[in-house]
Write a protein that binds this ligand. Structure first.
Ligand SMILES: C[S@@+](CC[C@H](N)C(=O)[O-])C[C@H]1O[C@@H](n2cnc3c(N)ncnc32)[C@H](O)[C@@H]1O
Length: 173
């Protein structure tokens, strides 16, 4: 049986609830376990009560993404993990969607880890990767490899005409 701090959350799960997770969203939908507006703080979990969080394509919809990251840090137990993805700024839908409130690059997640001084909390580590849409765009396998090997080069050169779709962060508290 799960003890409190083995709870896994899928925040803003939408139509993609995950087995073994408490699936959370704003509105009631099939598969949702908890309805909560993530713009309302504090979130309804106590300090250090959660072992793992999945949160995909949600942070950019929230009014205060830095406050949300602080809340993720608060509710994760020591050594707890979070898989978080957001749209990369080269993806046109990062800007098309009028409900997006924040915009993200390869470096952004590192500000919550080792760029001390910005926030009153700090994760102990993060691994960041850029994920490209593939489909028929087989060249994106190569561009994705280059972009993850040399992210500064990718983001600051004409290479960015090949849009990265998502920034993924694997965080450890
Ligand atoms: C782009 S969808 C992503 C859904 C799912 N995570 C996925 O990867 O397919 C964004 C989701 O975040 C939810 N969301 C947006 N703002 C929210 C808020 N303030 N509180 C809770 N959920 C929110 C939306 O209802 C929607 O299901």
């Amino acid at each position: 049986m799960d003890t409190d701090n083995q709870i896994r959350l899928n925040l803003g799960c939408g139509a993609r609830p995950m087995e073994g997770h408490v699936n959370v969203d704003l509105r009631e939908m099939p598969g949702i376990d908890v309805t909560h507006d993530l713009n309302e703080y504090p979130w309804p979990w106590s300090d250090e009560s959660i072992s793992h969080i999945e949160m995909h394509q949600v942070l950019e919809h929230l009014n205060d993404h830095n406050r949300a990251m602080a809340e993720i840090h608060r509710i994760l137990s020591a050594g707890g993990t979070a898989e978080i993805s957001v749209p990369h700024f080269t993806w046109q839908y990062a800007f098309h969607d009028p409900t997006h409130q924040s915009f993200w690059g390869y470096q952004t997640f590192f500000y919550y880890v080792n760029r001390g001084g910005y926030f009153g909390f700090q994760f102990s580590q993060v691994k960041v990767r850029l994920e490209f849409g593939k489909g028929r765009a087989l060249y994106n396998y190569l561009v994705e490899w280059i972009a993850n090997r040399w992210p500064y080069l990718y983001e600051s050169s004409p290479l960015r005409i090949f849009p990265a779709m998502k920034v993924y962060g694997s965080f450890v508290k």
